[in-house]
Design a protein around this ligand. Structure first.
Ligand code: GNR
Ligand code: NI
Length: 172
């Protein structure tokens, strides 16, 4: 396994729509292993393949609190089947939008159909943080970031801040 570089805003790649995977083969498993290691290293609870520059519909996740009891989850070609009309608000962050947080409303429950690490078809009923995280990651597959739900002003302030930080980091 190896840690890959996480792409951060502003970067056009994050706006790309990811493509479905034909089968869960060696290459996909290696990608999922690397993504999980990259996510743990960055202290994240989820990661979409496009965040490491690969436009495939693959997500890894681990929302477990206890560091010693890891519960990795893998989603290939996920499709949301059902969204609850009820909304829930969570303070969201994103490894591709470093150090920025905002409260976002999303359906509080959802059902997702996907292939697991072994390429087997699964259906998961999610609520709470899991439901929020799945929807946040599914957005990445469509080139959508949580800051897109904020006002234009707030979003542009965040992007300006991040691009400034990138340009100062470049001269250090
Ligand atoms: O680590 C993450 N935490 C988080 C918190 C609330 C809602 C969504 C997330 S996902 C984020 C990791 C990430 O950027 N995944 O794409
Ligand atoms: Ni994210």
């Amino acid at each position: 396994m190896s840690i890959r570089t996480i792409i951060t805003e502003p970067n056009k790649l994050l706006r790309q729509i990811s493509k479905p995977v034909n089968s869960v083969g060696k290459e996909e498993k290696k990608l999922m292993d690397d993504m999980l290691e990259t996510m743990y290293d960055a202290n994240g609870i989820g990661l979409a393949a496009i965040q490491v520059g690969v436009p495939k519909r693959i997500i890894v996740m681990d929302i477990s609190k206890d560091e010693s009891k890891k519960e990795p989850r893998y989603f290939v070609n996920p499709v949301i089947k059902n969204k609850d009309p009820e909304k829930a608000t969570y303070e969201e962050g994103c490894l591709s939008v470093p150090n920025q947080f905002a409260e976002i409303d999303r359906p509080s429950k959802c059902e997702v159909e996907y292939l697991d690490y072994n390429g087997e078809k699964k259906l998961l009923k999610a609520d709470g943080l899991l439901a929020t995280c799945i929807q946040h990651e599914m957005d990445h597959l469509e080139g959508i970031l949580f800051i897109d739900y904020l006002s234009k002003l707030k979003r542009s302030m965040i992007i300006k801040k991040l691009s400034k930080k990138k340009s100062t980091a470049a001269i250090l």
